[in-house]
Design a protein around this ligand. Structure first.
Ligand code: IFM
Length: 465
């Protein structure tokens, strides 16, 4: 007898994408330049030398992509709005043609019975705003709030779930600290200021969105990495504390009313990122605004970190991460489904958001179509199934997990990795723009339809691609 893990009847199964990664049409209908257009045009920034000017051409093919969502049976679709499509220079006159695109997208989703879940900022800041100072500058806060109002004034009658920012850690740390993402800077003081302005603009936007769209449920999406020391040694525990502090607590603590974690502030002072323990960018009232009550927390989960201390730090004060297992995706990230349960338990125990959505989870594997055209991506099926089981265990634990969004609907432009990493449930042939549902898409369709898992081998056997 196969045991059955059934999900609650109102569990929201969804799939996710972001504008810059799939839309293409970078110069169409009045869209302005974003920091990612500029970054990708600079030699050496993207590993395969590509850019996202065409990407999956979703801007022209979105009906076809929505058909795939409908076929999958998802209840919701998480997509992002390209700020430079709506406000080409970041503020001022609205580009109606840009906004019309999202208006149509929302209507077509609803016509298919799929709920839109909107992300306002998935990294593609208008270049003109960056030229005026970008996220390290306080003025960008007001620009974001005004942009959020423009979008929700138009879409708020139909969009019930919205999030402000996707992964502020990536925007600040990868964009301004490590230089791996747009705009490619390497300055920790600017990274810290950017993180603060992202959080502040989130808090102020929550209020502004509620004022123009009272029915909207508003949250923020964090990429969280459960962290363990590689050994019980004091040094490894200290490395884990520091990593967890800068990756997770730096964002969670202020969002849930605790202010910035002091131990991490002192780490930054010791590393010379801050002159002293006063954070110069924090003004009176900011922390209160950041901690504005939200309706849910979005958690993006891919892997865990196991930390070992080193006396010769690789860069700045970053401790060395070790992988505890050799099972890795094409990103080099350890497959660690237990980490998903761990991170959900921790968020629930320490911060208690009223609801949690897994807003992204998935894996990069390059499995290509075989001679018959079928994509037999067994590693992705295993990855997803084991993470679904972790999500189910979280619900059984009493954690208010309300939904799960697959990353990603389509293979797409994976930022600094270009098109070399494929996260999609659907294979995209970039030469022809043909789409092929991978075996993992068939598995997800089956599980979503059943709203339950049986056992991995049993579920796999029941899938008929
Ligand atoms: O592709 C990204 C996405 O844009 C943000 N979260 C992580 C994904 C995989 O790296």
């Amino acid at each position: 007898m196969t045991s059955m893990k059934r999900f609650p009847s109102d569990f929201v199964w969804g799939a996710a994408t972001s504008a810059y990664q799939i839309e293409g049409a970078a110069r169409e209908d009045g869209r302005g330049e974003s920091i990612w257009d500029r970054f990708a045009s600079e030699p050496g920034r993207i590993s395969d030398g590509s850019d996202a000017s065409v990407a999956c051409d979703h801007y022209h093919r979105f009906e076809e992509d929505l058909d795939v969502l409908q076929w999958l049976g998802v209840r919701a679709y998480r997509f992002s709005i390209a700020w430079p499509r709506v406000l080409p220079t970041g503020r001022g006159a609205v580009n109606e043609r840009g906004l019309d695109f999202y208006d149509r997208l929302v209507d077509r989703l609803l016509a298919r019975g799929i709920e839109p879940f909107v992300t306002l900022n998935h990294w593609d800041l208008p270049q003109a705003l960056h030229d005026e100072g970008g996220w390290p500058a306080r003025d960008t806060v007001g620009a974001f709030v005004a942009y959020a109002e423009v979008v929700m004034r138009r879409l708020g009658d139909r969009v019930r779930r919205v999030c402000t920012h996707n992964e502020p850690w990536c925007i600040s740390t990868l964009g301004f600290g490590k230089g791996e993402h747009a705009p490619g800077e390497r300055s920790w003081p600017r990274a810290l200021a950017a993180a603060h302005h992202l959080l502040l603009s989130h808090g102020l936007a929550v209020e502004a969105i509620r004022a123009v769209a009272p029915a909207a449920r508003v949250g923020i999406v964090l990429n969280l990495v459960p962290t363990e020391p590689a050994s019980p040694s004091e040094a490894d525990q200290e490395a884990a504390r520091a990593f967890d502090g800068s990756f997770n607590r730096w964002f969670l603590d202020p969002l849930y009313g605790r202010g910035y974690p002091l131990d991490v502030v002192f780490d930054h002072v010791r590393a010379g990122h801050l002159p002293h323990a006063e954070l110069p960018f924090v003004h009176e009232g900011d922390l209160r605004a950041i901690a504005t009550r939200t309706d849910y927390l979005g958690v993006n989960y891919y892997s865990r970190a196991v930390l070992r201390s080193t006396t010769v730090p690789e860069d700045d004060n970053a401790p060395v991460t070790v992988r505890a297992a050799d099972d890795r995706t094409d990103m080099g990230w350890e497959v660690a489904p237990g980490g998903l349960l761990a991170v959900l338990r921790r968020v629930h125990a320490d911060y208690a958001p009223p609801r949690i959505y897994i807003t992204e989870n998935g894996a990069a594997y390059g499995t290509a179509p075989d001679a018959s055209g079928r994509v037999r991506d067994l590693p992705r099926q295993r990855y997803l199934w084991t993470h679904f089981a972790a999500a189910h265990a979280a619900i059984e634990d009493g954690i208010p997990l309300a939904g799960y969004f697959l990353w990603s609907l389509l293979d797409n432009f994976e930022w600094g990795e270009g098109y070399s990493k494929r996260f999609g449930l659907v294979w995209v042939d970039y030469a022809t723009q043909a789409r092929v549902a991978k075996d993992s898409a068939h598995l997800c369709r089956h599980i979503i339809r059943e709203n339950a898992l049986t056992e991995l081998e049993h579920d796999l056997a029941r899938v008929q691609p």
